[in-house]
Design a protein around this ligand. Structure first.
Ligand code: GRF
Length: 194
């Protein structure tokens, strides 16, 4: 299976996916694409020998469809079977999402359905939650919705702030996403629960 990964920043989740695919051969990373040409993940992917492309979303302003039309060119040229969003920070239109219906994954740093959207860790802290975590789900036109393919839970500890909690969750993201992708490309939809 050919896997393309969309990033916006450091790409730590993308790197874990690439490393596990290259080490285990359960799929092949065929493209890493970013909406930000300065994304540090692009250089990390290139070091691993994965083709990369940056399509800057800023020149397109609010015209999401025009940005997506530009992004689709290298993306479709890579002929991916699966599309993974990994720290990708742009909302995608239903038109784009439905092109990859049933074969597009995202990782979100909360225990969905709690806290879709942004600032998930601060919201969990503000709510006094005893647990937090991350979710890998199939991407549907509704933001941070869609069938859950995996979740990982971490304790909220006394003295946590958003940064310490984010770091604890990110460590679990790096374990969860590869475990889910491995199953997903094998056709197994049993949720991974860590
Ligand atoms: C992290 O906050 C992670 O929780 C979310 O996207 C952000 C950046 O991740 N998935 P990455 O290091 O770019 O993969």
């Amino acid at each position: 299976k050919r896997v393309a990964i969309l990033i916006s920043g450091g790409g730590s989740n993308m790197i874990r996916l690439v490393e596990t695919m290259q080490a285990e051969g359960y799929a092949a990373p065929v493209l890493v694409a970013s909406n930000d040409p300065t994304a540090a993940g692009l250089a990390k992917a290139a070091v691993k020998g994965v083709p990369t492309v940056a399509v800057d979303h800023r020149p397109f302003g609010k015209d999401r469809a025009a940005f997506e039309a530009e992004l689709l060119q290298p993306l479709l040229a890579a002929e991916p079977d699966v599309l993974c969003l990994a720290g990708f920070m742009r909302v995608l239109t239903p038109g784009f999402v439905t092109r990859f219906s049933g074969r597009m994954l995202n990782i979100h740093p909360s225990l969905l359905p709690k806290y879709p959207g942004l600032h998930t860790h601060q919201r969990a802290l503000d709510a006094g939650d005893a647990e937090a975590g991350c979710t890998v789900h199939e991407v549907t036109p509704v933001l941070d919705d869609g069938p859950i393919l995996g979740q990982a839970r971490v304790p909220v500890l006394p003295g946590d702030d958003a940064d310490t909690l984010a770091a604890r969750v990110l460590t679990m993201e790096h374990q969860l996403y590869p475990a889910v992708l491995r199953r997903f490309v094998a056709g197994d939809r049993t949720p991974v629960l860590l």
